[in-house]
Design a protein around this ligand. Structure first.
Ligand code: SAM
Length: 199
């Protein structure tokens, strides 16, 4: 019995957790946001690792948001190129500010645009990814077909999702297969899941 926390202590712990992660508030909210960002950082690294990005790859990210994953890609790609397309002009500005040096060095190019009409020629990229993005595309099938078009034959796609996306894993493999990808498979980690396939 004496191992049980007193009721009052339990409710203090619960309210701290709620402030940090549930409804982030004040200083504790900021700390919670920092911890969540680190966990998300781990997830991004995991997806990039699964995609097997190489230093000489041309890589496309769709829906890069604030550009944290672009920043990570720019540390892996050395002689290739990192391109990004995001629907939101605000996100493009934020991600450009975050990746200023790599953009100035000619390694990274970010632009606003839609996955349903990608501004690239056929067979441009060795690897392509999207994290927590497909669930908000206006037409996921059209978007996947476009990604398939711009990835070289034999190139690879990774679609990563954390639980916050609300995206279920069921159906994604069928969607990849019916948009022309092969060898689609699902892998899971503590922070989310990823579907991988070959173009
Ligand atoms: C939930 S956010 C995820 C951002 C980032 N990848 C992350 O994991 O933090 C979804 C992103 O997809 C972008 N997006 C939504 N629809 C899109 C579309 N049709 N084409 C390209 N980007 C799109 C949004 O602007 C947004 O930045």
């Amino acid at each position: 019995m004496h191992h049980n926390q007193p009721k009052q202590q339990q409710s203090v712990v619960n309210s701290l957790l709620m402030r940090m992660f549930g409804r982030p508030k004040g200083l504790l909210g900021k700390l919670g946001g920092f911890i969540l960002a680190r966990t998300k950082g781990d997830f991004i690294r995991w997806v990039i690792y699964q995609l097997d990005v190489q230093p000489n790859d041309n890589v496309l990210e769709v829906g890069f948001g604030s550009g944290v994953s672009i920043e990570r890609l720019a540390t892996v790609v050395l002689t290739g190129q990192v391109a990004g397309v995001d629907y939101s002009k605000e996100m493009v500005e934020q991600a450009k500010a975050r990746n200023g040096k790599a953009i100035a060095a000619g390694l990274v190019q970010l632009q606003s645009g839609s996955v349903e009409a990608l501004p690239f020629a056929d067979d441009t990229f060795d690897k392509a990814l999207a994290i927590n993005s497909l669930q908000v595309w206006s037409d996921a099938m059209v978007g996947l077909r476009e990604m398939r078009r711009v990835i070289k034959v034999g190139g690879k796609i990774a679609l990563g999702f954390t639980p916050q996306s609300g995206q279920p894993s069921t159906g994604l493999i069928d969607m990849l297969t019916s948009t022309g990808f092969i060898e689609a498979r699902l892998i899971e980690t503590e922070q989310g899941f990823c579907v991988l396939a070959i173009a």
